[in-house]
Design a protein. Structure first.
Length: 262
């Protein structure tokens, strides 16, 4: 469901009713006469819908985490806020950037339209920016030939499945975050979809090496062995980026999650 399009249509429809009432119907109504139903249930909602549309389109948008691909950083059921202004101003609905502000950096957690199916929203961490050569061999990440620093910090417990997974602390650019690596999972990419500029990547039994083309980004989930990401379906175009995730504002199952991610 394209909620942005639905909100845009509601804004236009209620705005048209508001204008009709303000400049045509209202001047003709007798003083003290009751408002017609289309004003009470249509035009009167226009300011509220317009405010929500503007806030959601240009400042912040809420999302719910549907899967465990970003464990342990983000849990299933986390409601997060996404900063829509960080990377520039984009036109609502069509998501076309009209004013550039910043570019995504390594370590940023971004929400984007899934390249194989733009009707879906995905969330992953930026690992490679345009021009980078990203290597993930034997479950070790390197950027431009330099291994990314990691240290073991103990096991992480999945309380739903009661399974422990080795947890590591990774330093990616200026961002320090935790990742999960399943020692029993294979190092090679188990499923590879056809994607644009597939020739920029080399796959073997040890993993994958990709050179990120201009205007694209390479993203991975923090739950490295349980994430469908750029290793599988390719690069994220800049035009698909929705914004930068920055805050957990609610989780029905764990109120202590509020504010846990920044």
């Amino acid at each position: 469901m394209n909620f942005a399009l639905i909100l845009f249509v509601l804004t236009v429809a209620t705005g048209a009713l508001w204008l009709l009432d303000r400049y045509h119907a209202r001047p003709k109504r007798a003083a003290g006469a009751a408002e017609p139903w289309w004003v009470e249930w249509g035009a009167s909602f226009f300011p509220v819908i317009l405010l929500v549309f503007l806030l959601r389109s240009f400042l912040a948008e809420p999302f719910k985490i549907p899967s465990g691909s970003m464990l342990p950083t983000l849990l299933v059921g986390d409601f997060i806020l996404v900063n829509k202004f960080t990377y520039g101003i984009r036109l609502p609905v069509i998501n076309k950037k009209i004013i550039a502000v910043n570019d995504p950096q390594r370590g940023d957690v971004i929400v984007f339209r899934y390249p194989p199916d733009p009707s879906l929203d995905y969330i992953k961490r930026v690992v490679g920016v345009p021009g980078d050569t990203v290597e993930y061999f034997d479950k070790r990440l390197s950027i431009n030939g330099q291994p990314v620093a990691v240290e073991a910090v103990g096991d992480w417990l999945d309380r739903e499945r009661m399974i422990y997974t080795p947890r590591y602390r990774e330093t990616l650019g200026s961002v320090v975050h935790d990742i999960l690596i399943d020692a029993d999972a294979p190092a090679y990419v188990r499923q590879i979809l056809p994607f644009p500029m597939r020739d920029n990547c080399l796959y073997n039994v040890d993993g994958v090496r990709c050179t990120v083309p201009a205007g694209y980004y390479f993203v991975m989930g923090d739950n490295r062995d349980n994430s469908q990401d750029s290793r599988v379906w390719g690069f994220v175009p800049d035009g698909n980026i929705v914004g930068k995730a920055f805050f957990v504002w609610f989780n029905f199952n764990d109120l202590g999650r509020i504010g846990s991610f920044r």
